[in-house]
Design a protein around this ligand. Sequence first.
Ligand code: AP5
Ligand code: MG
Length: 201
Amino acid sequence: MNIILLGAQGSGKGTQAQLLKEKYNLIHVSTGDLLRETTDEKIKQQMKEGKLISDEQIIKLIKEKLSGEEGAILDGFPRTLRQAEALDEITHIDGVIELKLTDEEALKRLSGRKTCKNCKTVYGTENPSKKQGKCDKCTGELYQREDDKPEAIKKRLTAYHEETEPLIEYYKPRKIVHTVDASKSIKEIFANLCKIIEELA
Ligand code: AP5
Ligand code: MG
């Protein structure tokens, strides 16, 4: 089963994908996490500024990642119409879940986000790590993402509304789009996502 998590920056795609992959035995594919491992200086700079990376580079990356996999939660991909069309040629999509959140709430959440350098676990004001600066799961060091500065966040939100949100209309005719209120607690959202996924199975 392949599920797309679609939502603005800070809507909780990464947070929920980590919980879902453990429950449903799916792989978590976050193009953002994959790109943050790159040594390519141009990509690093584009990310820092909150710009999207080229469709060609992303499609190549995702092809490699999905090859031979049975089911995945896609977090942060597709983000453009070109990416969505390319994905249709790679695999079948069972469900698209939109995590809906206001820009205001997104901005608030991102300024409080900390991520583990090692295992990528995400912490925030609702779910802080027990020991300050250290990951609960692997004791890795926590850091603040370079693109979580107000200027870059604004650019990322604009890119979401202009390029990614229209994908909801792209998938709508297939009747696979589900919208979840992402302003609720992590636990409540997770319960709603589980319900949707179990109905899809
Ligand atoms: P990416 O890493 O995907 O970042 P993003 O889209 O900006 O999304 P975020 O990771 O910021 O948000 P999230 O929804 O995962 O929220 P999270 O769970 O962390 O992409 C980064 C960059 O890579 C892009 O800007 C672009 O340059 C490039 N890129 C990636 N994919 C690309 C593509 N396909 N094409 C082109 N370029 C691409 O939660 C956020 C915070 O809120 C955390 O602190 C968390 O603890 C907290 N939180 C979560 N849920 C709740 C809740 N319910 N209540 C309270 N707090 C909560
Ligand atoms: Mg994320």
